[in-house]
Design a protein around this ligand. Structure first.
Ligand code: ZN
Length: 478
């Protein structure tokens, strides 16, 4: 990955403080980021998102979310922005907006919604964050901290990606909106979906579902909706009241339940094991045909850019990441010759050939570690372990054990793993959700079946109703 964090530096240094009028709210605001900077920041961020998280690989899904989101964006206060609306390949339930136009919704959120109007309310809310320049305002406030981060990244993105320091796009995703921003985005989203002809009563249902999903982010690469969108009090009630006050003939508004559900047919549900999964401390990657064992008791994460493990005391990190299309020897040379990194003289004994110890100066002090680059399945990969300088002897055995555990994955059961998928059932008779689950079992529990259908286990469903179940897939055992 290119050193994207550094992109912010020239932007922020060049930014002049200027008082501009907020396009969506009409309020005057202090802004340090011009519209051009806002757009280029968002473009850069969106590129990071597409490269590191990836898009849902299904043209029909992408067309659907664009067709719902773009008309609302084009009728907003900022039709001139380069808007885009895309679905990202992540099981976490979330949606997010980058400055200047890019809107993303996760596969996880799509599988939890039940109508086009619900999707419109989510996208309208995110469009509202962009038209009201919420992220840009936050950037202005956070700019000094950001500059600090950028200078700190002199240590290079090679190490940064192992430390969880993300690229510009991912940094922006971790910006948490304030409650006032949330309320305002809800209001704007409500207006956009109403103007686009969607049934605004569905907005409240989305907040109920998001509340039920809770704060568990499921170990994915993104924070969850609740982590980035704090729940203003009475959000559900406010949405209901807002809909009740709208002076419209609801029978003329679109819900779009059947076409929305049809779009979900066959969509992967939950983690996709082909992207790699953990069995205890062992990581298996069927797509890239390798396995790797981390130390027992370390906290692990399968991020899109790297697989990571952090020691229980959080003072050491081990990780594996793609290193680009470059010969291992050259990759190691480049890594060690970066500013701030010094090779250490000791040979890395017992490690794979070509491993080297290094020392690096970071914002948090001096770190020491060991790294190696090697070819696997036509790609160059990097293994890296590092800790605060004086702890290297204590962690050396753990680092070595993980480095030497890397191997080809040959287990056919693991290699052939498929994700669970959404399957639609059209009811031939009325039944409760509990009866549905008995008659059409899912590989997820009853409560979760009820949740993704936006109902409770005891609720009755009419004949002719289309209901989601989840079939297939193997729950990776932990
Ligand atoms: Zn929000």
């Amino acid at each position: 990955m290119a050193p994207r964090l550094r992109v912010l530096l020239p932007l922020l240094l060049l930014a002049m403080s200027a008082c501009v009028r907020n396009p969506a709210t009409g309020k005057r605001m202090l802004s340090l980021v011009s519209q051009n900077d806002e757009i280029s920041l968002g473009k850069q961020g969106a590129q990071d998102v597409r490269q590191s998280i990836g898009l849902v690989d299904d043209a029909k899904v992408q067309q659907y979310v664009s067709a719902v989101g773009l008309p609302m964006a084009k009728r907003s206060e900022r039709p001139e922005l380069p808007w885009s609306v895309q679905a990202v390949e992540d099981p976490v339930v979330n949606a997010f907006a980058l400055p200047g136009g890019p809107v993303f919704v996760t596969r996880g959120l799509l599988t939890h919604l039940n109508s086009e109007a619900e999707l419109a309310s989510v996208l309208g809310h995110e469009i509202g964050h962009i038209t009201a320049r919420h992220s840009v305002e936050q950037l202005s406030k956070a700019q000094l901290a950001q500059v600090g981060l950028v200078v700190g990244s002199v240590l290079s993105e090679d190490v940064a990606k192992f430390g969880g320091l993300a690229t510009v796009g991912l940094q922006l995703l971790f910006l948490k909106h304030g409650r006032d921003d949330e309320r305002q985005a809800d209001e704007l989203g409500f207006r956009y979906m109403l103007e686009a002809g969607y049934d605004v009563r569905e907005a409240a249902d989305v907040f109920v579902t998001l509340g039920r999903v809770g704060e568990s982010s499921g170990g994915g690469s993104l924070p969850s909706w609740l982590a980035t969108h704090p729940n203003p009090e009475d959000r559900v009630e406010t949405a209901r009241a807002r809909a009740a006050k709208a002076n419209v003939d609801f029978s003329r508004l679109k819900q779009g339940r059947e076409e929305y559900l049809a779009m979900l047919q066959g969509m992967a549900y939950g983690e996709d094991p082909r992207q790699g999964f953990f069995q205890g401390s062992r990581f298996l990657h069927p797509g890239l045909r390798f396995q790797l064992t981390f130390p027992q008791g370390w906290k692990t994460a399968n991020q899109t850019q790297a697989v990571l493990a952090v020691s229980p005391k959080e003072d050491a990190i081990l990780g594996l990441a793609p290193a680009g299309d470059i010969a291992p020897e050259e990759a190691l040379r480049t890594f060690l010759s970066q500013q701030g990194i010094q090779p250490l003289s000791a040979a890395a004994e017992g490690y794979p050939r070509g491993s080297a110890y290094f020392q690096a100066q970071t914002e948090q002090g001096v770190i020491r570690g060991v790294t190696t680059f090697f070819r696997h399945a036509g790609a160059t990969l990097q293994l890296l372990g590092y800790t605060v300088a004086e702890q290297l002897p204590a962690y050396d055995d753990a680092f070595r054990a993980t480095f030497t555990s890397f191997g080809e994955l040959t287990d056919p059961a693991a290699l052939n793993m498929q994700p669970a998928r959404i399957e639609l059932v059209k009811l031939d008779a009325p039944m409760t959700v509990r009866e549905f689950h008995q008659r059409y079992p899912s590989t997820i529990p009853l409560e979760e079946v009820a949740l993704i259908n936006g109902v409770q286990p005891g609720d009755s469903l009419p004949a002719g109703h289309t209901v989601k179940r989840v079939t297939g897939g193997v729950k990776p055992s932990r």
